[in-house]
Design a protein around this ligand. Structure first.
Ligand SMILES: C[S@@+](CC[C@H](N)C(=O)[O-])C[C@H]1O[C@@H](n2cnc3c(N)ncnc32)[C@H](O)[C@@H]1O
Length: 346
C-alpha cells in the first residue's frame, strides 16, 4: 500500500532522506511513538494492536470475572480477558477503535462504551458494571499510528491532527500555530526531554509566520532546523509523541481518572496500568504509592487527619517490563511498563 500523501509540503532540499533508497533493506531500528510501533518509511496496512505484556496481564487478571478494558484499542487484551471467561466492558475514546473492536470481538460477553475513561458518562457505566479488574493500556494503537489521516505519524504528508477522538478538540496543527513560543518550549522540554526545546519553539514560531503548520513535513522540517540535519526518526517520534500528549491532555486526564476508576472497583479488585512515557509512569507510580500508605498528611503535621489507613496494596514494587523476546517480536512493547494495585477488602 502506498504511503498516504495528503498534500504536505515535503521535506526541504538538502536534508538527508528519511526513507532508504528503493530496493535497499531498512537498517534502522523501529521507532516507537507512544507505545506503538512504526516501521519508518515502509508502507503499512492498518492493523490492530498486538497486546503488550500479555503474560503479565494474564497473571494480574487471574480470578477476575468482570474486567474493564478502559483502552480497548484493537481489542487484543479484551480478547484475552474473554478467553479467560470474564465479562468485559470495553472502553475507548476513539469511536473507530470501538467499531473495530466490536467488529473483531462481537457482542458476546463484551459490552462497549465510547468516551474518555475519566468522563462522567464512562465512569457511570463502569460503576454500574462493578468491575473486579480494570486495565489501562495507555498511548495510541497501531491502527491510530498506521492510519496516516489520523495524523499521529511523522510519515511524509500526514496531517498534523493527533486527536484520539477524531473531529473533536484542537489539533496538533492548532497548537503549533497558536501557542506562544514559551509554552511550546515548555511542552517540548517537559514531555520530550528536548535539549533544544527553546530553539525548536523559535523555529516553529518563525516558520508559522510564513505558512501555517499543516502536515508532518512542517514539523519534521522545524525539528531538523532546530536539531540539525542529523536528527532522525527517534527525535521525530519523541517530539510527535509529546505533541500528541498535549493534544489529548493525556497526563491531566490520567491523573484525574485514576482515583475515580479505583473507586469503582469492588473490594479486593485490581487495577493495572501499562505506560509508555515517563510522565504517565510517574503519575501511576505516585498514585499507587500514595494509595498504599496509611497516612498522607504533610510530614510535620502532629496529628493525622487523613484517611489513616491504606486504600489497598501495591502489587508491583517495581514495574513489570517486557522480556527481550517480546520486544524482538513486538517492538512497540519496548518502553512498556506495567504497574498494578489491589484495593482493600473494605
Ligand atoms: C495502546 S492502545 C490499546 C491497545 C489494546 N490494549 C489492545 O490490546 O489492542 C491505546 C488505546 O487507548 C485509547 N485511549 C487513550 N487514552 C484514552 C482515554 N483517556 N480514554 C479512553 N481511551 C483512551 C486510544 O484511543 C487507543 O485506542
Amino acid at each position: 500500500m502506498p504511503v498516504c500523501h495528503t498534500g504536505g509540503r515535503g521535506f526541504e532540499p538538502r536534508q538527508p532522506r528519511l526513507n532508504p533508497p528503493r530496493g535497499t533493506t531498512h537498517p534502522a531500528p523501529p521507532a516507537t511513538a507512544g507505545g506503538a510501533f512504526v516501521f519508518f518509511g515502509r508502507a503499512l496496512t492498518p492493523t490492530y494492536h498486538v497486546p503488550v505484556l500479555a503474560d503479565a496481564v494474564r497473571d494480574w487478571t487471574t480470578g477476575g470475572c468482570r474486567i474493564v478494558d478502559a483502552t480497548v484499542g484493537g481489542g487484543g487484551h479484551a480478547a484475552l480477558f474473554r478467553e479467560l471467561g470474564a465479562e468485559v466492558l470495553a472502553v475507548d475514546r476513539d469511536p473507530d477503535a470501538i467499531a473495530a473492536a466490536r467488529a473483531a470481538l462481537g457482542d458476546t460477553g463484551i459490552r462497549y462504551s465510547t468516551g474518555p475513561f475519566g468522563s462522567a458518562k464512562v465512569l457511570g457505566t463502569i460503576e454500574t458494571f462493578r468491575p473486579d479488574r480494570i486495565l489501562l493500556d495507555l498511548g495510541v494503537s497501531s491502527y491510530q499510528l498506521d492510519t496516516d489521516l489520523r495524523g499521529f505519524t511523522f510519515r511524509p504528508g500526514a496531517p498534523l491532527d493527533m486527536r484520539m477522538a477524531a473531529g473533536h478538540g484542537v489539533t496538533a496543527a492548532d497548537i503549533l500555530n497558536t501557542w506562544p513560543e514559551a509554552r511550546l518550549a515548555g511542552a517540548f522540554a517537559e514531555l520530550a526531554d528536548e535539549p533544544r526545546a527553546r530553539r525548536l519553539a523559535r523555529a516553529v514560531v518563525k516558520r508559522r509566520a510564513t505558512a501555517p503548520f499543516a502536515t508532518s513535513d512542517d514539523l519534521v522540517n522545524a525539528i531538523r532546523e532546530a536539531r540539525g540535519p542529523r536528527s532522525g526518526p527517534s527525535d521525530f517520534a519523541r517530539l510527535f509523541q509529546a505533541l500528541r500528549i498535549v493534544v489529548n491532555q493525556e497526563l491531566e486526564q490520567l491523573e484525574l481518572a485514576l482515583p475515580a476508576l479505583r473507586a469503582t472497583l469492588v473490594p479486593g479488585g485490581r487495577m493495572a496500568v501499562i505506560t509508555y512515557h515517563s510522565g504517565e509512569d510517574r503519575i501511576v507510580k505516585h498514585a499507587f504509592r500514595d494509595w498504599s500508605r496509611s497516612c498522607v498528611c504533610p510530614p510535620r503535621q502532629p496529628v493525622c487527619t487523613c484517611r489513616g489507613r491504606p486504600l489497598g496494596r501495591l502489587l508491583t514494587r517495581k514495574p513489570i517490563r517486557p522480556a527481550a523476546a517480546e520486544v524482538r517480536d513486538n517492538p512497540r512493547a519496548r518502553s512498556a511498563q506495567l504497574r498494578a494495585f489491589e484495593v482493600g477488602d473494605g
